[in-house]
Write a protein that binds this ligand. Structure first.
Ligand SMILES: *Cc1c(COP(=O)(O)O)cnc(C)c1O
Length: 395
């Protein structure tokens, strides 16, 4: 029927996908005439909604100048300005662009490993990671994901073995005491673990983790691909712990869902260590001018229209609607920033909710034991209450 190979789905049993013919604001318009509120922002990236006039204009304007030039030996304003803006809002100092979150993580891993070599320290090739984490689908990134419960457990024999712990400082210190000399960096999704099952942990752990990392000579890589740009209530989740990581990775919301782009940011300490040896990485499309222009426009809208306030309002509504909700098959509900989760007792407990919600005008995509919403920040109160209502009504 279709020559397309779809992600994360068994091709023989996958229900027919819904065909989108247009999208505007929070709405997906389907070929059959239905309109669905996108409650999950197309995998968390469409933060301003679809078809935003200011972002469209920025894209067209850059396209008329040029769409892309290589970043090897050439440079351009959109990449330079975006790097400057990202440095301003993160507190890190240098920006390496790539084309997806996964590749941004690969870049971070290579930076960390080479940093120690640059320092003349040998043997630091491993990573410490959190159980239930997810960092992408490429090989290095897969190795950082949960080896048992994560979606990549099939590839276990193929991947390098990393160290995994609970978000628990005592366990972290035991690991660092025993294996710190082998560990290049600790990698985590700060505060909100997304694709591993939507688990939250407190800022105290992150603050303590940074101290332990510094004490045991382990770098800290904050994977803010999902949490960056407001999702946990602050611009970046790291802010809530008051830390600046050694390396930070941004993606998803960076281009508001328009184009593939990631940014791996590093401090002066990391960057300056590369003054003797080049960093051997350079994706063809790194620093793509269209993607950088879109990211600049997105950030301007975010700041000018005070999105953190919109996110605070979304947070209040999610709490009102979801916290305390009890029903058969529901284990727990939780809310952080603009993320609301219903965790079920089993994976079967939410079977059919995607079709149920679509029939009621809402696009949801549950996985593992979670039904969640991470709405575009432009969602109206009525729309958000409708999304939550449909999530609850199913149970
Ligand atoms: C989505 C995600 C990635 C991978 O990003 P892609 O653009 O899909 O490669 C990495 N880390 C986290 C935390 C993510 O949520």
């Amino acid at each position: 029927m279709s020559n397309l190979w779809f992600p994360y789905a068994q091709m023989k049993t996958m229900p027919p996908p819904l065909k989108v013919v247009a999208a505007k604001g929070t709405k997906l318009c389907l070929q059959d005439g239905r309109e669905l509120i996108d409650a999950i922002s197309s995998w968390w990236c469409v933060i301003h909604g679809y078809n935003h006039p200011k972002i469209n204009a920025a894209l067209k304007e850059q396209m008329e100048k040029f769409s892309h030039v290589m970043l090897g030996g050439l440079t351009h304003d959109p990449a330079e300005k975006l790097a400057e803006e990202l440095v301003r809002i993160t507190g890190l100092s240098h920006v390496f662009f790539a084309d997806s979150g996964s590749v941004g993580i690969e870049v971070a891993m290579k930076m960390a490993v080479q940093f120690w070599k640059n320092q003349g320290v040998e043997g630091k090739h491993k990573f410490a990671c959190l159980l239930r984490g997810y960092h992408g689908d490429t090989s290095g990134a897969m190795s950082l994901g949960d080896p048992e419960d994560g979606m990549h457990h099939l590839f276990k024999g193929y991947l390098p073995k990393q160290f995994f712990i609970e978000p628990d400082l005592r366990k972290m210190e035991i690991l660092f005491k025993e294996h710190g000399k082998e560990i290049a960096a600790f990698v985590c999704e700060p505060l909100l673990q997304g694709a591993g099952g939507f688990y939250f942990y407190p800022p105290d752990f992150l603050r303590g983790a940074k101290e332990l990392c510094d004490r045991y000579n382990v770098l800290l890589i904050a994977d803010e691909v999902a949490t960056g740009f407001g999702r946990t209530g602050t611009m970046f989740a790291c802010e809530q712990a008051g830390i600046v990581p050694d390396i930070m990775v941004l993606g998803k919301g960076l281009t508001a869902g328009y184009l593939g782009l990631s940014a791996t940011l590093a401090t002066d300490k990391i960057y300056n260590s590369f003054f003797k040896e080049a960093f051997m990485h350079g994706p063809t499309f790194m620093g793509n001018a269209l993607a950088c222009s879109v990211a600049l426009a997105s950030l301007e809208i975010f700041e000018r229209e005070n999105y953190l306030q919109k996110i605070a309002r979304i947070n209040e509504i999610l709490k009102e609607e979801l916290l305390g909700f009890e029903a058969k098959g529901v284990r727990e509900t939780r809310v952080l920033g603009a993320c609301g989760v219903i965790e079920t007792e089993t994976e079967d407990a939410h079977k059919g909710i995607q079709e149920f919600a679509a029939a009621r005008g809402v696009w949801l995509r549950p996985f593992l034991r979670v039904v969640y919403t991470m709405p575009p920040y432009v969602i109206s109160e009525d729309e958000l209450r409708k999304v939550c209502g449909v999530m609850k009504e199913f149970f």
